[in-house]
Design a protein. Structure first.
Length: 281
């Protein structure tokens, strides 16, 4: 009886702490230098990266999100998928999008979809897409968009979700010209298939930093080769290509986090003045 009570108490503490952690947002600042190693550096491109809202299990309100980031100067916002997986969550997304709009990113807001978004039925998925687009967000589904930043071409390349076999690299890079290639995608495992496609920096999510990372995130073992390579969160490099895996802002399954925190990331990306990137395709 005593053992049973002790286990019950321990479980309650575990759940309490885990749920409390979902309200403890970490704002990480990542500096990405230019590979050209220029002596005179210009102002970096400031990218606000948010991933994995999972509106069914999120402990951060739109107001709290705004208070966390309202003083951050933002040039571009990147949203890397998994907004929701239920129709009833679609209206819940609107106030979060309104918060992002208030930040007035200089070069706009870009988004890709994740595997959970594709759980929605077609009509509901179309409604999600319409909400994103009507709020000024450029949704990239295996496509790209070029932005001129002080004479430097920035190619924002949106690759569709790799885990649900919706990625099409050829389509994503179609028409991409010489410039700085910023890739947005949900599942970072796609980097292992991009040998013939150049990118300078890639932003992703999907793994939640393990979400329950104690003692190890064993439940991630079926989520691709990067997990086996111990690449599940933060800044990494593969064949000299740098990419970042966000821990995400919301949770999935259960609304607890152990060994991980909800994450908002500001990436200060130093763009080169002279582009010498290999043309992709």
């Amino acid at each position: 009886m005593t053992v049973t009570i002790s286990i019950f108490i321990a479980l309650c503490i575990f759940i309490y702490i885990g749920n409390k952690n979902t309200r403890s947002v970490v704002i990480n600042h990542i500096d990405i230098d230019c590979k050209n190693n220029l002596k005179e550096k210009s102002e970096p491109l400031r990218i606000l990266h948010i991933s994995d809202l999972h509106l069914e299990n999120i402990s951060i309100s739109p107001k709290q999100l705004y208070e966390s980031i309202k003083r951050q100067p933002v040039d571009l916002i990147a949203l890397t998928g998994d907004f929701m997986d239920r129709k009833k969550s679609i209206p819940k997304l609107l106030p979060y999008l309104q918060v992002l709009k208030k930040l007035e990113p200089v070069h706009g807001t870009y988004a890709v979809l994740g595997n959970h978004d594709y759980v929605l039925r077609k009509g509901d998925l179309d409604q999600l897409k319409s909400m994103l687009i009507s709020n000024g967000i450029k949704l990239l589904q295996n496509e790209n968009n070029m932005i001129d930043i002080d004479g430097v071409p920035l190619n924002v390349i949106g690759i569709n979700d790799f885990s649900t076999k919706r990625s099409n690299l050829k389509e994503s890079y179609d028409g991409v010209q010489e410039g700085y290639n910023l890739v947005l995608t949900h599942d970072p495992n796609v980097v292992l298939s991009m040998h013939d496609y150049h990118f300078d920096y890639l932003l992703s999510g999907h793994f939640h930093g393990g979400q329950i990372h104690w003692p190890k995130p064993y439940h991630l073992k079926k989520m691709g080769k990067l997990v086996k390579m111990n690449m599940i969160k933060g800044l990494h490099s593969y064949k000299e290509k740098r990419f970042y895996i966000s821990e995400g802002l919301g949770q999935t399954g259960v609304n607890i986090r152990i060994g991980s925190r909800p994450e908002i990331t500001i990436h200060n990306v130093q763009l080169p003045r002279a582009i010498n990137s290999t043309k992709a395709g």
